[in-house]
Design a protein around this ligand. Structure first.
Ligand code: SF4
Length: 366
């Protein structure tokens, strides 16, 4: 170990006792609550997670309820959080816990690591917070804080750097309060040693121990190698409206946004006239097109650059052609699948449309 992190323990715990935010999953740190909250916190700020967490555990109060809930309802409870693979993994793990652990979350770090969607960070958080096991929980926040404290220019994108820090912390984590120590570092990273902008060093309880602060290099740490640039995909999104209902389609069960619902969409960005011509070729004649403007959505490895159109199919056409199924654009990625028509109210209540479509979703009218 290059830096003696044990020096930070008392200062961080004292600070945490005074400054910890009151959160539902901290008030009742049972394994299920800690698990659900940690998975949500991987993608969203604490303030936003509060709402989603309450809704989730009020509807699914325990592991058994999570294991049993149908997929559509599960997605709906996660709507707005994104990264739907995470909630599917939550359910997969819940089913394993029901079948192999009698419905009780294993109080063992190695067993937790075997469950889908649980890596070393989440296993460490559950083990230490819910079961008081002396395991660290090292995520980007903890890496940033501890690398600053140590004044280290290690590249935190390297898994070897994370593993080394986990080992260093495992050796010193206090056995009487392992969960609080982990949470104290996370809390400091979220509120004082912040990721974007200048850290609030003058408020930091370990300022006197911090090499980065003392050397004036806190803005140079952590070092992160640049990620590969994201792939750009152009798309044309179609809000097909007929009698106050909109066409939506369920995506395939594998891959990006698996099993969620989407508006009809076409690869590439079409102009209104190109789209009109294409729909005419498909047999659609009696409709209006309104340009809904550009939109962008960023996934971890892909960016969607979109243009959207509202296509109102008029009543005469609707009576003659009750289904849109025969008029799917040939190059629609899902042209072989069936579309359904649903009102805005029904979509809001029953179908999960991912945030990627948010720009156009708000263009639907009742
Ligand atoms: S002194 Fe500043 S840089 Fe060092 S740990 Fe505290 S907030 Fe972070």
């Amino acid at each position: 170990m290059n830096y003696d992190y044990s020096l930070t323990i008392d200062y961080l715990l004292d600070w945490y006792d005074l400054n910890a935010r009151i959160l539902a999953w901290r008030e009742d740190p049972n394994p299920y609550y800690v698990w659900v909250s940690e998975i949500m916190l991987q993608q969203t700020r604490v303030e936003a997670v509060k709402f989603y967490f309450e809704r989730f555990v009020n509807t699914l109060p325990n592991i058994e309820a999570l294991a049993m809930v149908e997929e559509e309802k599960l997605h709906k409870l996660w709507e707005g959080l994104g990264y739907y693979t995470r909630v599917r993994n939550l359910q997969k793990a819940a089913k394993i816990i029901m079948n192999e652990y009698n419905g009780v979350m294993p109080a063992n770090y190695e067993e937790l690591l075997k469950l889908p969607g649980i890596g070393s960070y989440t296993a460490g958080a559950i083990a230490s917070i819910a079961f008081h096991i002396t395991q660290p929980a090292v995520d980007g926040n903890v890496l940033r804080v501890m690398k600053r404290v140590a004044g280290s220019y290690d590249d935190i994108m390297k898994s070897s750097v994370k593993k080394e820090l986990e080992q260093d912390l495992r050796e010193i984590i206090p056995s009487d309060r392992p969960g609080d120590y982990n949470q104290a570092i996370m809390e400091l990273g979220a509120t004082v040693c912040i990721p974007n902008g200048k850290p609030l060093c003058e408020k930091c309880p370990i300022m006197h121990l911090c090499n980065a602060y003392q050397q004036g290099i806190e803005m140079d740490i952590p070092v992160k190698t640049a990620k590969k640039p994201r792939k750009i995909e152009d798309k044309t999104i179609l809000l097909m409206e007929r009698n106050g209902e909109y066409a939506i389609h369920k995506r395939e069960s594998k891959g990006l946004l698996a099993g969620l619902w989407e508006f009809p969409n076409i690869e590439g960005k079409l102009t209104a006239s190109a789209l009109e011509e294409m729909l005419n070729k498909q047999g659609l004649q009696n409709f209006t097109i309104e340009n809904l403007g550009e939109g962008k959505h960023i996934f971890s490895h892909i960016e969607w650059h979109m243009v959207g159109y509202l296509i109102r199919m008029n009543e005469a056409m609707t009576v003659k052609e009750p289904s849109f199924d025969g008029y799917l654009p040939e190059n629609n990625i899902a042209s072989k699948e069936k579309y359904i028509w649903a009102s805005v109210k029904k979509i809001d209540k029953e179908y999960t449309l991912p945030t990627a479509f948010k720009t156009y979703r708000q263009c639907m009218t009742n």
